[in-house]
Design a protein around this ligand. Structure first.
Ligand SMILES: Nc1ncnc2c1ncn2[C@@H]1O[C@H](COP(=O)(O)OP(=O)(O)OP(=O)(O)O)[C@@H](O)[C@H]1O
Ligand SMILES: [Mg+2]
Length: 251
């Protein structure tokens, strides 16, 4: 077991965004959370990653409660997320965006490096090589020198994924990584997410594209109006009458 959410509730001004939500994310697997707009998916991510404090409930990671931890402390545990809204440094070169991600990870190490200035260049070279490797992994090596803001939207999403990978996640939370991508990019991102799992990273995905979700998920959790209405294997969830009516009936 990787992550366990227990009886989570979140209210915004008296309105329940999440009500009594419980689920598990299994280690080494791809788990997806789906649901109509406003179902509470991003809110759940915000609680898990420490950006939002729940009214009730708790989150356990590998058996330990994450309650009260700050986002950076949760990231230090290996829980890394991307955001629904693209979040790169637009004026900065693609490679440097990934380097910043690596530096964040090496924060403690960096101070030590600065004390030994002779090694700085060496360390920079190592980090640059690592950043190049990550860029090649997501298929952006050819863009390394371009400012991130100049990339087409789909490639900016890939860059975000690269920045998240630079933080060396053990549990990776992806909030609509394929939004704004064309069909070819979506197919590529599916392959990429599979390869991330093959490297032993647990993936927790929020995504609207059903072909993508049903194609790569080991398990699917369906949220509707802040509640879990179904969970199971993709095939089970797709044929669940409650799920069908949640999607067809809107809210
Ligand atoms: N900071 C906030 N303040 C007030 N209401 C909020 C806030 N964040 C989310 N909400 C509300 O909580 C509910 C759940 O929102 P959330 O963003 O979690 O949905 P979602 O499932 O991620 O939707 P989408 O698929 O559109 O991204 C919505 O009704 C939303 O308007
Ligand atoms: Mg959302």
């Amino acid at each position: 077991m990787s992550l366990r959410v227990e009886e989570m509730a979140v209210h915004f001004g008296g309105v329940a965004a999440l009500a009594d939500v419980s689920f598990e994310v299994e280690a080494g697997r791809i788990t997806s959370m789906i649901g109509p707009n406003g179902a509470g998916k991003t809110t759940a991510f915000n609680v898990i990653t420490g950006f939002l404090r729940p009214l009730r409930g708790r989150v356990l990671y590998e058996g330990d409660p994450l309650t009260g931890l700050k986002p950076f402390q949760i990231a230090e545990r290996g829980i890394v997320r991307t955001f629904q809204k693209t979040n790169v440094f637009p004026q900065t070169a693609v490679l440097d965006n990934v380097m910043i991600g690596l530096h964040l990870r090496e924060r403690a190490g960096l101070a030590a490096i600065l004390l030994r200035r002779r090694r700085v260049r060496e360390e920079e070279a190592t980090l640059a090589a690592l950043a190049e490797e990550i860029l090649a992994f997501v298929g952006l090596a050819h863009r390394r020198r371009e400012p991130a803001g100049a990339l087409p939207f789909g490639e900016q999403r890939l860059l975000e994924l690269a920045i998240a990978l630079a933080a060396r996640p053990r549990l990776l939370l992806l909030d609509e990584p394929a939004s704004g991508m064309n069909p070819a990019e979506k197919t590529a991102v599916m392959g990429l997410i599979r390869r991330i799992r093959e490297q032993g990273v647990t993936v927790f995905l929020v995504e609207h594209d059903m072909r993508l979700v049903m194609g790569i998920s080991d398990r699917v959790i369906v949220l509707h109006l802040g509640r879990v209405i179904a969970q199971g294997a993709p095939g089970e969830v797709q044929s669940d009458p409650q799920v069908i009516s949640a999607y067809l009936g809107g809210r």
